[in-house]
Design a protein around this ligand. Structure first.
Ligand SMILES: Cc1cc2nc3c(=O)[nH]c(=O)nc-3n(C[C@H](O)[C@H](O)[C@H](O)COP(=O)(O)OP(=O)(O)OC[C@H]3O[C@@H](n4cnc5c(N)ncnc54)[C@H](O)[C@@H]3O)c2cc1C
Length: 287
């Protein structure tokens, strides 16, 4: 492993100052489950690693009915997975966190790290986007908030500046009668990255689809929403026929590639199958 300078700054301002001093040769680290693997495999070779884990008050999880769920940069996958509140109100997100790696990984890995790594197959991104989540960034010019669906620009790329830290994830409260689902498909059941991920958040009113957000992971350079399928379902009774048609529109929107994990054709077929399953489950949960 290449040698690097290692810092544990006590405040966010110290972390940002260290990043600025490193002139683009530093990386922030939270759980290190992505970063350390990338350093070992020579994918990233920072001269400086800035571990933010010692910065206090970044590992909270709060909820109220008006502002919704808020959690910090150091809140782990495991904390999200086992939270009864997240399981009840954000079932897709709880499921996505549960799907990540192993329990050891989930005890170290943060959701913020999953977001900042910006892998197209990252498990928590589709559910967070389906839930309408936003991220709060802190940098030299203060704070700014960005909707997660506008955060990713390509594999490993985001709109975040190098000297910004993601400090908080905020997820709006779910309207009544909302069903949330995340389905991950991989080659194995555990310790596997997604071949396809499908997240749905669907709200019913008198059996009619009042609002739906459908998001795919691992089938495009970034997680993608499927506006055509969402618009098709909105205002309709979600019958089996409507689900089939929405799944077809979703399959047409996906832009899968072939790689070591799957062929593009298989991914495309799985989008069709899993979208139907996710929509059916979401309708059941919403009713
Ligand atoms: C064995 C194994 C299995 C895995 N399985 C899965 C899986 O099934 N699904 C999945 O989605 N992922 C998986 N991962 C990837 C990884 O665990 C997740 O992406 C994890 O959530 C990353 O969080 P972290 O805190 O460890 O991030 P780190 O490794 O510390 O950081 C990741 C990236 O984000 C940046 N960063 C971290 N926090 C911040 C912040 N607050 N502000 C700015 N930048 C920040 C770092 O600079 C780095 O670029 C796996 C990893 C391993 C090693």
């Amino acid at each position: 492993m290449k040698r690097f300078d290692y810092f544990e700054p006590p405040t966010l301002d110290d972390a940002i100052e260290l990043m600025q001093q490193a002139n683009g040769r530093a990386s922030f680290m939270a759980g290190g489950t992505d970063l350390l693997v990338e350093i070992k495999e020579h994918i990233r070779l920072p001269d400086t690693v800035i571990n933010i884990k010692k910065i206090p008050n970044l590992d909270y999880l709060t909820y109220d009915d008006v502002t919704g769920l808020k959690f910090g940069a150091l809140t782990t996958m495991r904390a999200i997975e086992i939270s009864m509140l997240v399981q009840e109100k954000y079932a897709g997100l709880a499921q996505a966190a549960r799907e990540v790696g192993s329990i050891q990984i989930r005890n170290r890995a943060t959701v913020a790290g999953n977001i900042c790594r910006a892998s197209p197959s990252a498990d928590t991104l589709p559910s967070l986007i389906a839930d309408g989540a936003a991220v709060k960034l802190y940098g030299p010019n203060g704070e700014r908030t960005i909707l997660m669906e506008a955060f990713f620009t390509g594999p490993g790329k985001t709109v975040m500046a190098e000297d910004e830290v993601l400090i908080e994830i905020a997820v709006p409260p779910p309207p009544p009668h909302t069903g949330k689902v995340y389905i991950k498909h991989g080659r194995r059941l555990a310790m596997e990255l997604a071949t396809v991920g499908v997240a749905v958040a669907l709200t019913l009113e008198d059996n009619i689809c009042k609002q739906v957000r459908l998001v795919l992971g691992a089938v495009a350079p970034t997680p993608i929403r499927v506006p055509k399928a969402e618009a098709f379902l909105q205002g309709k009774i979600v019958t089996d026929e409507a689900i089939l048609a929405a799944a077809k529109l979703t399959q047409e929107t996906a832009r899968p590639i072939s790689d070591v994990r799957s062929s593009a054709a298989y991914r495309s077929e799985m989008v069709y199958v899993l979208t139907q399953r996710a929509l059916k489950n979401a309708v059941e949960r919403a009713s």
